[in-house]
Design a protein around this ligand. Structure first.
Ligand code: NAP
Length: 438
């Protein structure tokens, strides 16, 4: 029997568990750990609350979680409650699927001002992540600046722009819904340091911005390259750019029917945030493209900014005893291998890119490495204690482990507490989650 510990119960974690089951069949026992008492990581706290169809993939993970040789081990922080060397002593393979939950810092003067947030914090706030539920952003100003032109920036801008009616079927947490109800925002700026041909937004997600009840996207015709230049773009990006063209072509009187504008500002790099205590403005430097990269022109402008959310990417959280690549912001690894018997997968391996589905082949690839390493004798004989050894350690340390069965009770309580039309009302507090699972 081989024992595998997977750290992190998000998409990368469960696809890896699925791959391990398929590869090793009955000859494996798999423990999927999470620091929270609830599973699914990014699906629960990252994917936008109004994208329920994407969240439905958790049903597939549940199937894996409910199979006999897989356990969910919630409310255990690896590197704090139990160390990596301890886990490596207990399991044949330890696979880190911890994602990239930290914001890449903006690193400009004023980024510590009030009402300036990274997307991990801001998305965590409206998605009820216990760490960020108390964020309490001030939405009483008129202008929000969302930095970055990726799908996370789109999520944030869309959630800020939507009406209560548009959020009805979502699982946005009630504290965020109330705050958005009282929002005074009239202008949401999407700020890109490069141009329309360099956006990272995918077509379906960008298209949604054109269908909002009270908000309209604004793109200046003069910001767009000549249409014939789109021919060289790969098809997905070409489609996204065609959305920008449609937004730009919408007559002003139609756009003006909607009270909130979502304005695209291109070729503008953030240089400083200004304000006393709380952010009031953003200083940008206009850029030009040199070999596809943004280069400052020296022209400085100021935009009003009562709220700033930077959506410029994420970093993996380091774990003691695991080599870390500071520059790349993820574990130091060679195609998923870190040390003998220690691996990483998903965003923790490759950085924050790709869709949820990208993690599936990633999970299968890392399990293939484990199988190769077993075959070549690198992981020794099958003598590890696995979950039984972990349970002894957890009992000695009085850890309050949350099982999948406990999670199902938490889930039922969340479903019972749902607002009309919503799928669930999430607990945003770890203690409340644990109590509901008891
Ligand atoms: P992303 O796609 O990498 O976009 C990051 C954006 O931030 C880029 O526009 C980038 O500009 C900009 N940026 C980076 N550093 C900057 C700086 N210092 N100053 C100004 N701008 C800066 O990342 P993401 O939006 O966080 O998304 C992460 C991944 O999750 C992506 O693969 C995304 O597709 C995926 N995702 C998917 C969905 C969905 O499918 N519905 C939803 C959310 C996220 P440059 O290009 O110039 O570097």
């Amino acid at each position: 029997m081989r024992h595998i510990a997977i750290i992190g119960s998000g998409p990368a974690g469960y696809y890896t568990a699925e791959a391990a089951q398929k590869t090793f069949g009955d000859d494996v026992r798999i423990d999927v750990f999470d620091r929270l008492p609830v599973p699914y990581g990014l699906i629960r706290t990252g994917v936008a609350p109004d994208h329920q169809s994407i969240k439905a993939v958790s049903k597939r993970y549940e199937k894996v979680a409910l199979s006999e040789n897989v356990r969910f081990v919630g409310n255990v922080a690896i590197g704090e409650d139990v160390s990596i060397p301890e886990l490596r002593g207990l399991y044949d393979a330890v696979i880190l699927a911890t994602g990239a939950p930290r914001d890449r810092p903006l690193g400009i003067p004023g980024d510590d001002l009030g009402n300036v947030f990274g997307s991990a914090a801001f998305v965590g706030w409206y998605n009820g992540h216990p760490q960020f539920a108390g964020l309490d952003p001030d939405l009483s100003g008129k202008t929000a600046v969302v930095i970055g032109m990726g799908n996370v920036a789109l999520d944030v801008a869309r959630i800020l722009a939507k009406t209560r009616g548009e959020l009805a079927g979502s699982d946005i947490v009630t504290h965020a819904l109330h705050a958005l109800d009282n929002s005074k925002l009239e202008r949401i700026v999407l700020l890109g340091r490069r141009g329309p041909h360099q956006i990272m937004m995918t077509p379906k997600e960008l298209g949604e911005l054109g269908e909002l009840a009270r908000a309209a996207p604004h793109v200046a015709q003069t910001d767009l390259p000549p249409p014939e230049d789109d021919a060289i773009l790969e098809p997905g990006l070409r489609k996204s750019v065609s959305h920008l063209r449609a937004f730009a072509a919408t007559p002003e009187h139609i756009r003006a029917e909607k009270p909130v504008e979502v304005e695209f500002v291109f070729l503008s790099a953030p240089r400083a945030l200004l304000g006393t205590g709380k952010v009031e403005a953003i200083e940008i430097e206009k850029t030009r493209l040199v070999h596809g990269q943004a280069e400052g022109t020296g022209a400085i402008e100021r935009l009003r900014a009562d709220l700033v959310v930077s959506c410029i990417g994420y970093r993996t959280s380091p774990i003691p005893d695991v080599p870390f690549d500071e520059r790349a912001g993820r574990f130091a690894n060679d195609d998923g291998r870190i040390l003998t018997g220690l691996y990483c997968v998903g965003w923790a391996r490759r950085g924050p890119s790709g869709t949820i589905g990208t993690n599936r082949p990633d999970g299968y690839a890392v399990v293939e490495h484990v199988a190769e390493d077993i075959e070549q004798g690198m992981l020794g004989r099958a003598v590890k204690q696995g979950g039984e050894g972990f349970d002894r350690l957890a009992a000695e340390r009085h850890l309050r482990v949350v099982t999948f069965r406990d999670w199902k009770k938490i889930e039922e309580a969340e479903e019972r507490a749902a607002r009309d039309g919503a799928p669930r009302e999430k607990f945003v507090d770890v203690e409340a989650m644990i109590r509901a699972g008891d």
